[in-house]
Write a protein that binds this ligand. Structure first.
Ligand SMILES: O=CC(=O)O
Length: 368
């Protein structure tokens, strides 16, 4: 019986299982779970080098575990035992993991695409409407005990006089939404804005997604009744085309070496004056300092942000600006979605153990 126990593969658990307890308990019957005792990156690196995780087959990691380990960069990947063959990440964005470092060590990485699409697109929809309608200015004024941004004295005077009003918002209907990065979240958002707000959609992607376009155009013909109308969707070839024609821009692309600061001073200058920008991808795809300047000059009218360059730090120029709607990275923060993401990551763990492969290996490693 003892030797049977020893044959179980070992899993390094980085983070905690919050929701998918049933799926995880099935894993614990086929694998031994090892958890680090360290509390910060230097001690975690020492723990790795001490052999504490030797013979672990894979690491399961959550987004929040970065607070303990720091990024899974070259230094950290090199410190992992050579027995580690898989890293199963809970989340769609895996910019905290150096894929080149993993590939060089023969470690395969999985993420949880599509599990996040609906919830993240819903969050983008909330930010889009909030930023277009200037809801942030009014909402934060109320919490200062002011009415729509007027002072307390002005509120008192409203019985006889007018009060200070925030600038009028704009309706989304008939406006053009530019989507930068037409993956699962982008498509989901396109469907939602067309159905709920009657917006037109144009997108820029690494390559034209004919199948995806067809799917969006046909969405009216499926399901009948409550299904949204087909999406008017147009592919554009260049960033300049996308920026010049968009009334609202939504960032839906992954963060990597090519996309870091893909939106910066030059790109802000190309945008339609008074554009609204939504970011639910990663903060660093946009140059935050340049964004603050573009907001101050009025080139960008308002923004809705769920993600920031140096989370949890927020640029003071964003905090101070009433035209900035801020959400603290809650795009997938629902019971259903967080559960789905954990279950998806656990299904990668199971497949790695039982079949020696991953359900959703990251695109950079598809040929591995
Ligand atoms: O930010 C959320 C994710 O990457 O899934």
């Amino acid at each position: 019986m003892g030797s049977e126990e020893q044959q179980k593969p070992k899993i390094l658990l980085l983070g905690t299982i919050e929701h998918a307890h049933e799926a995880w308990s099935r894993i614990t019957s086929i694998a031994d779970i090892i958890q680090p005792t360290s509390t910060d990156r230097p001690s975690f690196l020492s723990e790795c080098r001490s052999g504490a995780f030797s013979s672990c087959l894979l690491a399961y990691r959550t987004f929040d575990s970065t607070a303990l380990t720091g990024p899974l960069d070259h230094e950290l990947i090199s410190a992992l035992p050579s027995s580690i063959k898989y890293i199963c990440h809970v989340g769609a964005g895996y910019d905290a993991i150096s894929i080149p470092a993993c590939t060089a060590r023969g470690i395969r990485v999985s993420n949880t695409p599509s599990a996040v699409d609906e919830a993240t697109a819903d969050c983008a929809l909330f930010l889009l409407l909030g930023a277009m309608r200037n809801f942030n200015a009014g909402m934060t004024a109320l919490r200062r005990n002011e009415w729509r941004g007027g002072t307390e004295e002005e509120v008192e005077m409203t019985k006889t006089k007018t009060i200070k009003m925030p600038p009028l918002g704009r309706d989304p209907r008939g406006k053009t939404l530019g989507i930068l990065g037409m993956g699962g979240i982008g498509k989901c958002l396109a469907r939602k804005v067309a159905g709920a707000f009657g917006m037109k959609v144009q997108y820029l992607n690494r390559k034209r997604d004919w199948e995806g376009e067809k799917e969006l155009l046909m969405s009216s013909e499926q399901g009948g009744g409550g299904s949204p109308p087909g999406v008017e969707v147009e592919w554009v070839e260049t960033m300049e085309e996308l920026l010049r024609a968009s009334d609202v821009l939504s960032l839906n692309l992954p963060l990597n070496a090519e996309t870091r600061h893909i939106i910066s001073t030059k790109e802000f200058a190309m945008m339609k004056p008074g554009i609204v920008i939504i970011n639910t991808a990663r903060g660093a795809v946009m140059d935050e300092a340049a964004l603050v300047e573009a907001l101050e000059s009025g080139q960008v009218q308002s923004v809705g942000l769920d993600v920031y360059e140096n989370e949890p730090e927020i640029h003071p120029g964003l905090l101070a600006n009433p035209n900035v709607m801020l959400v603290p990275h809650m795009g997938t923060w629902t019971v259903e979605t967080e559960t789905k993401m954990e279950e998806w990551a656990i299904s990668n763990v199971r497949m790695a153990i039982e079949e020696g492969k991953l359900r959703s290996i990251v695109p950079e490693q598809r040929d591995m």
